[in-house]
Design a protein around this ligand. Structure first.
Ligand SMILES: [Zn+2]
Ligand SMILES: [Zn+2]
Length: 323
């Protein structure tokens, strides 16, 4: 989650984490409730695609913030989160509810939340409890030990307990979430927590969701060898940044696009990613990545999809060679 751009180089946008004011802004800019349809396993929806520094493009002074203010639309991002039909959401932060609403997904449709790790842009216990309360039905939350502990502590402080079932996952653990067979794989993110990445399989479809992480652990590459992915979604927090020593997170906690290109090459070379299957990036930093309108066409030329919030990716069409 953590990175800071030295203000001496280019001023940062005002806040480094999601603030309530920013959340209000995002809620205020929601499009009217849409609806979605289609077979589970045939599409996914990006509920959010941004890193932890997405807040306050309204007030930031750097050129990305100015661009976003002027152009809005696909350039505005919520915290990274993914909807996998029929009933799974990966990561749920303060912007989670807005992401569901913009995509026309009712809280009742979400039965499983997978949490990658405890950082606030991926795991907001208050928002998760709020979702469970709104759902008025059981919500199963699965995640690494730190994330589950963080949610449990919050639940203990509540006088009215929502119907939440918490399940701690270990790296390489297989589990079932409704129609999906899933596996948690180790990320390489922070020293004090074993953050997780997820592989999900249903019928002949499978997905890999990888944020937050620096270069993937050897064990994760090894575990992926037996997969035949229809889609890989890999974080690219630092964009084209070449990771100077002054920003250690760039080396140790997150990926940049040069590293992401190598991951893509490895997945393709080892036939882990099916030929023609979409390769997407997510968790894009407001400060370090060019806005969507500028970066998406450049990445498309090399076969990398840069999603925007609310984007629906049709896996079948993608397999037919649309990208
Ligand atoms: Zn993050
Ligand atoms: Zn993080």
């Amino acid at each position: 989650m953590i990175f800071q751009r030295p203000s001496a180089i280019i001023p940062r946008c005002a806040a480094g984490v999601i603030a309530s004011a920013a959340t209000s802004f995002l809620l205020a800019t929601l499009t009217p409730t849409a609806s979605y349809s289609g077979d589970a396993g045939s599409f996914i929806i990006f509920l959010g695609t941004g890193a932890a520094d997405i807040a306050s493009p309204k007030t930031g002074k750097n050129q990305n913030c100015r661009y976003i203010r002027e152009h809005g639309g696909k350039n505005e991002r919520r915290n990274a989160a993914l909807f996998v039909p029929p009933n799974v959401v990966i990561d749920y932060s303060a912007t989670g509810r807005a992401g569901l609403q913009a995509a026309g997904i009712a809280p009742t449709a979400v039965d499983y939340l997978f949490i990658t790790h405890s950082h606030g842009d991926h795991c907001d216990p208050q928002a998760i409890a709020g979702l469970a309360q709104e759902k008025k039905g059981r919500l199963v939350v699965l995640g690494d030990a730190e994330a589950i502990k963080k949610i449990r502590v919050h639940l203990e402080s509540l006088s009215t307990k929502p119907d939440l079932v918490l399940q701690e996952l270990k790296p390489y653990q297989e589990f079932v979430a409704g129609e999906w067979q899933c596996k948690a794989l180790p990320a390489n993110h922070v020293p004090k927590e074993q953050a997780l990445l997820y592989v999900m399989r249903r019928g002949d479809k499978s997905l890999f969701y990888a944020t937050d992480t620096a270069w993937l652990p050897m064990g994760t590459f090894s575990a992926l060898k037996t997969e035949k992915l229809d889609c890989a979604i890999v974080e690219a927090t630092f964009g084209e940044m070449e990771c100077p020593d002054t920003i250690p997170d760039c080396q140790t906690a997150h990926l940049n696009l040069p590293h992401v290109r190598q991951v893509k090459q490895i997945l393709a070379k080892r036939n882990i990613l099916k030929p023609g299957a979409p390769f997407c990036v997510t968790h894009m930093s407001l400060n370090w990545c060019e806005p969507h309108d500028l970066l998406a066409p450049k990445l498309a030329r090399e076969g990398i999809i840069l999603p925007y919030d609310g984007m629906r990716l049709e896996l079948r069409q993608a397999l037919q060679g649309r990208r």
